[in-house]
Write a protein that binds this ligand. Structure first.
Ligand code: NAP
Length: 259
């Protein structure tokens, strides 16, 4: 495999949830840009396989951090790597996440709490470490993988993703003078292990709704590189976002209830 993508000035990237789906695709596209990578996930064997694939295919080196980001030790290990001045992290991709099968009142509180933490506390803690370090160095980028669900009322998942959209928009405005861009990447349905891990049968979902992780990540990286704080891949989902904003609230609620 050889890289045809432009080389970028920010060299080392850290990707959470790099063993599957959107995170794995980030790792592949960033490796193709010639970046060194820090890969984070829980599954040691899968991390090793990804590291081997990327080091074998590109002239890069990788580090792996086996971490459950819901554990204090796991979060602290990743935070410490982001704070390190050795091979500093110049691009952070907060991607690790999962969905819950049931809705709020049907879930145990512990499941809801952990789901909220993985989608808000974890990316905020890692963003905090990255922003402090990036301000000192005078630049850097963060991509927070949110969701197009942020633009409609769809349970705690959409509430958490909306929090990351607003945080990213604010963080870019606030840190622009330090050369920092924070982008909320908002994909629609994307073919990964996400729905399978929830035990959902995706055959019933319309084919047109699906995006490829490859396209989602390409768009997210391009928008981040051009300084955008919001990235909504594909015309379909851009149109859906506009519709959610301009349609009467009652109509949106009816559509959400039906889906
Ligand atoms: N797929 C979609 O339709 C879609 C749409 C919009 C947004 N998103 C968002 O995209 C992001 C990535 O999801 P995906 O679709 O790529 O799902 P995926 O294929 O299931 O990948 C999830 C990744 O997160 C890691 N992970 C999960 N829990 C973790 C934990 N506690 N600690 C560390 N790593 C953890 C998993 O690795 P291990 O199991 O090895 O830890 C895996 O690498 C999520 O934030 C999701 O909300 C997905």
């Amino acid at each position: 495999m050889s890289s045809t993508q432009p080389q970028e000035p920010h060299r080392t990237a850290l990707v959470t949830g790099a063993t599957s789906g959107i995170g794995l695709e980030f790792a592949r596209q960033l490796a193709a840009q010639g970046r060194h990578l820090i890969l984070v996930a829980r599954d040691r064997d899968r991390l090793a396989a990804v590291a081997q694939e990327l080091e074998g295919g590109y002239a890069i080196h990788t580090e792996s951090i086996v971490a459950d980001l819901l554990d204090e030790d796991g979060q602290a290990a990743v935070q410490a790597r982001i704070e390190s001045h050795v091979d500093p992290v110049e691009l952070l991709v907060n991607n690790a996440g999962y969905g819950l099968v049931h809705s709020f009142a049907e879930n145990d509180w512990e499941h809801e709490r952990d789901h909220w933490r993985i989608h808000t506390e974890v990316p905020l803690r890692l963003s905090h470490a990255a922003l402090v370090a990036m301000r000192e160095r005078g630049g850097g980028r963060i991509v927070n993988v949110a969701s197009v669900a942020a633009f409609t009322p769809r349970g705690t998942y959409s509430a958490a993703k909306l929090a990351m959209v607003n945080f990213s928009k604010w963080a870019t405005l606030h840190h622009a003078e330090h050369g920092i861009v924070v982008t909320a990447l908002c994909p629609g349905f994307t073919r990964t292990e996400f729905h399978e891990r929830m035990g959902q049968d995706t055959k019933a979902f319309p084919r047109l709704a699906w995006l490829k992780a490859e396209d989602v990540v390409r768009q997210g990286l391009a928008d981040s590189a051009s300084g955008k704080s919001l990235s909504v891949p594909s015309l379909r989902y851009k149109a859906a976002k506009v519709a959610a904003a301009v349609l009467p609230a009652r109509t949106v609620e009816r559509l959400v209830r039906r889906s």
